[in-house]
Design a protein around this ligand. Structure first.
Ligand SMILES: Nc1ncnc2c1ncn2[C@@H]1O[C@H](COP(=O)(O)OP(=O)(O)OP(=O)(O)O)[C@@H](O)[C@H]1O
Ligand SMILES: [Mg+2]
Length: 265
């Protein structure tokens, strides 16, 4: 496991409520692991706490990265170990060129331009068209998100926390994400993918279901998705095409059993 979260409890800043309650899961190195759950279930809070942002301090539990207890570490120390967070809302870094922005996080400046070009190619932006563009309103939301992801990839982190990479981006299609994530995986980076979109989650190898701040299940992703659908009453999704691929074709009886279990619990 590259990341292990053990019995993590995260209170609100004023300590009056608990947002994430006793959550545990592990992320396998080199995998895409989705955290799925409805709006407000605590997914972003979990990601910010793993990254170590100010104001996100657990009141209980531990976070281990490659076996090291990072629970008390600062965000800078965690970044040095190779953890990066790509935000739900893209950073507003106006005025820099795409080249400058992507190159900022590259430590070894040898062959800098080649490295920037490689990162842009991974996110399917043509380098010759984008290298000299300025980061401003002339870039679409989707292009901005890709530039940001390119900058993250260029840093070569060990673990990328991706919070709703698709937010507001209906036009980044699922095949495009799959293609980008496959390239990231080949570079030996692990992705913790936070999403409430079931089709995006289906790209993941494994998943954890977060429900009202509790972690309910960690398993191969389709099993997690089935449990999510059962909890949310989304039966029709189980019959959709995405659910029927790659050997995860749940039969009607199995789907009914899981839904029944959920209704009885
Ligand atoms: N600082 C805070 N003080 C009080 N409540 C908070 C605070 N931060 C988050 N919350 C609440 O905690 C819950 C979980 O929030 P979080 O942003 O982690 O959810 P999420 O699963 O990422 O949701 P979404 O899918 O909408 O992005 C929400 O009800 C939110 O309002
Ligand atoms: Mg969120």
């Amino acid at each position: 496991m590259i990341l292990e979260v053990k019995d993590l409890t995260i209170p609100t800043m004023d300590q009056k409520c608990v947002i994430v309650n006793n959550v545990s899961f592990g992320v396998k190195e080199g995998s895409i692991h989705a955290i799925i759950g409805p709006n407000g279930s605590g997914k972003s809070t979990l990601a910010y706490t793993i990254m170590g942002l100010d104001n996100y301090k657990p009141s209980g539990g531990k976070i281990y990265f490659e076996g090291i207890d990072i629970t008390e570490m600062s965000i800078t120390e965690r970044a040095k170990l190779g953890i990066t967070l790509a935000w739900q809302e893209p950073a507003r870094i106006e005025g820099l060129s795409v080249y400058k922005y992507v190159s900022l996080g590259i430590k070894d400046k040898a062959k800098l331009k080649d490295k920037v070009i490689e990162a842009l190619k991974i996110v399917n932006l043509e380098p010759e068209r984008y290298l000299n563009r300025t980061i401003d309103e002339s870039l679409s939301g989707g292009e901005r998100k890709r530039v940001e992801l390119a900058a993250t990839i260029a840093m070569r982190p060990r673990l990328i926390l991706l919070d709703e990479p698709d937010s507001g981006l209906d036009f980044i299609v699922i095949e495009d994400f799959m293609n980008i994530f496959e390239k990231i995986k080949k570079l030996n980076m692990t992705i913790l993918l936070i999403t409430h979109r079931e089709d995006i989650g289906m790209i993941a190898d494994y998943g954890t279901l977060i429900w009202r701040g509790d972690s309910l299940l960690t398993d191969v992703f389709p099993n997690v998705m089935l449990r999510y659908c059962a909890k949310a009453g989304l039966k029709e999704f189980c019959h959709r095409k995405l659910f029927q691929q790659e050997g995860f074709c749940f039969d009607e009886d199995y789907i009914n059993r899981i839904f029944e279990e959920e209704n009885n619990s």
